[in-house]
Write a protein of this length. Structure first.
Lengths: 146, 182
């Protein structure tokens, strides 16, 4: 029993690490703005560490980018305006979710294209098998009796 | 027909993959560098405290109409130390003035750095809170921007300006327009 408690306590220590907040600034008083702030700071990539959102990155520039987002929100800018400003300085790279454009079309379409190619190949293979089965059913019958 | 398909399809697939991988390999060295969308655009304006003259202001308008380099650095930045001799050499050459932006730095530390290593800058601005650096899309120091007399950023150098970059990529841009006959 006590072993279970120790185990649970230890486990909770590990889990607690996940919940550490990087962003220690007090929330924006307006809850709607704060909600948009949280969303935006998770959408924008830290330009120094590149695989973290600015919401999760402890480096100074991430904090400064969060401040930029916060001030823009309070100044009444829309989410799109804020994204646009960031992209105009740091390029599309700063968005974790690239926007649709000629440059990113291939990126967005690639999964669908691959699915189509895969489906095409699969259908062909299945079709050919079926054809073989239909023409050579004597052979199949023999196999079935084994 | 199906024989041909058996040959052509895998070959086509292989060729496509080869092209994709070749492009990927070619771009690999620049993968970590964010290409600046600011090249070809007007340089963002700034008006910042002067590091060397307390109370004075360094503004982007001060260098309007002149070729110049804006160099973002900080006394905390190791690579900036490597770059410093090159900045001094550029100053010696006297082709373009360099404006320094001391980024996210303690002013005293910035001044000490220049006193010790020499001051290659025509003016040094203090960007204590990193606001101007964000306008310039700075991701790390050092970064430099070559700005033409119209105030347009014609080149961005991410990292150290090496003698080669200066000679082959920056000087020709300045000479091409300013030199005319050369």
């Amino acid at each position: 029993m006590s072993r279970g408690v120790v185990f649970a306590a230890t486990l909770s220590l590990f889990l607690a690490g996940v919940a550490w907040a990087v962003d220690t600034t007090p929330p924006i008083p307006d809850p709607a703005l704060q909600e948009r702030y949280v969303t935006l700071t998770h959408e924008l990539r830290c330009v120094q560490c590149q695989n973290e959102a600015i919401a999760d990155s402890p480096v100074e520039i991430a904090a400064q980018l969060r401040r930029e987002v916060r001030e823009s929100l309070i100044a009444g800018q829309s989410d799109d305006e804020i994204r646009e400003t960031m992209v105009s300085r740091y390029s599309e790279f700063i968005l974790f979710k690239p926007r649709w454009s000629a440059k990113t079309a291939l990126l967005w379409l690639a999964p669908a294209l691959m699915l189509l190619v895969g489906a095409f190949i699969a259908l062909r293979v299945v079709g050919r098998r079926r054809q073989l089965l239909e023409t050579d059913d004597s052979v199949v019958d023999e196999d079935g009796d084994g | 027909m199906s024989r041909l398909n058996k040959f052509i399809l895998p070959l086509g697939g292989f060729a496509l993959l080869a092209v994709l991988l070749a492009v990927g390999l070619k771009q690999a060295p620049e993968k970590g560098i964010i290409k600046s969308p600011l090249v070809g655009k007007l340089a963002p304006a700034y008006s910042l405290p002067d590091l060397m003259q307390p109370g004075a202001v360094v503004a982007s308008d001060d260098l309007k109409g002149k070729w110049h380099v804006v160099n973002v650095w900080g006394s905390w930045c190791f690579a900036c130390r490597d770059e410093h001799p090159m900045l001094l050499a550029i100053q010696q050459e006297g082709v373009v003035p360099i404006v320094g932006i001391d980024w996210n730095d303690e002013e005293a530390a910035g001044r000490e750095w220049l006193a010790k290593l020499g001051n290659p800058y025509a003016r040094v601005a203090v960007d204590r809170e990193g606001r101007t650096a964000i306008h310039y899309g700075v991701t790390a120091a050092p970064e430099s921007f070559l700005i033409n007399p119209q105030g347009v950023i014609v080149k961005k150098v991410t990292g150290v300006i090496t003698p080669k970059i200066w000679r082959d990529e920056m000087l020709p841009l300045i000479r091409g327009v300013a030199g005319g006959g050369q």
